[in-house]
Design a protein around this ligand. Structure first.
Ligand SMILES: [Cu+2]
Length: 252
């Protein structure tokens, strides 16, 4: 018969174990995506994999450390006939528990750097360039017109409506008119500040069609809560048709 406390400890350990299985499965490439929204760009899965790797390592460390703590609390609990013993530490153990975390952190730093350079490094020549300008409290989206260049007379402007073609590299020029905003599309795994007086470049290559939301993730004023954009990812043909229809609408 297990005592109440022992049963609780076992239940706790079982829950901790299950909690580790999910990130491990996701890391191994199984189609598990827990806690995270859909991933719809070429670089989002790289970020997810890094996230799950860090989570699995920190989760394992958490379980080990807390498990050891509980074990020692139980093992050396008070007993009337036991006397305290003095110890001056153990050099080998200290070297090991310093070296192992150091090694893990160095590996993680190198892995992180690799992911960062893939996600934020220079992309191939973009198929499309779009300018996104945050303003209290809307997203202004600028598309190049027929000439394919931004900031010319035939540019197309929309407010809070962003359409992007899938399977194309899109370079986004992110700006702000007034205060700091933050361009946040959870499905892109992108959250980037839009800073006044500065243009931030980021690129995405969408892999899935669908409707998503653009949120402002920086408290930017009283109307921050309604600073919400709508993102449509569609096939290049549909995107081209939408561009023409919008241009005609704006010309009339
Ligand atoms: Cu904002």
């Amino acid at each position: 018969m297990l005592l109440g406390a022992q049963r609780q400890l076992l239940a706790w350990l079982a829950a901790a174990g299950a909690w580790l299985v999910v990130p491990a499965a996701a890391w191994a490439g199984a189609p598990v995506r827990i806690w995270l929204p859909e991933a719809v760009t070429t670089s989002a899965p790289l970020i997810d994999r890094l996230f799950y790797t860090v989570l699995a390592i920190t989760g394992a460390a958490f379980v080990l450390v807390q498990g050891a703590l509980l074990f020692f609390v139980w093992r050396y609990r008070h007993r009337p006939d036991r006397r305290a013993a003095y110890t001056h530490g153990n050099t080998l153990v200290e070297v090991v528990w310093t070296a192992v975390p150091t090694l893990i952190l160095v590996v993680l730093a190198v892995y992180n750097q690799q992911v960062w350079s893939q996600v934020r490094g220079t992309p191939l020549a973009p198929d499309l360039q779009v300018e996104v300008t945050g303003e209290q409290f809307a997203w202004n989206i600028r598309y190049p017109g027929q000439d394919g260049r931004l900031n010319t007379a035939d540019d197309l402007l929309t407010i809070n409506q962003m359409h992007l073609p899938v399977r194309q590299t899109v370079l986004i020029h992110l700006k702000s008119k007034d205060v700091i905003h933050s361009f946040f599309v959870p499905q892109f795994r992108v959250k980037q500040d839009a800073v006044p007086g500065m243009t931030t470049r980021l690129w995405v290559s969408a892999t899935k069609t669908g409707q998503y939301e653009i949120a402002c993730a920086e408290l930017c004023g009283l109307g921050h809560y309604r600073m919400r954009g709508f993102l449509t990812l569609e096939s290049p043909d549909e995107f081209a048709r939408w561009l023409i229809a919008t241009a005609e609408e704006q010309a009339s």
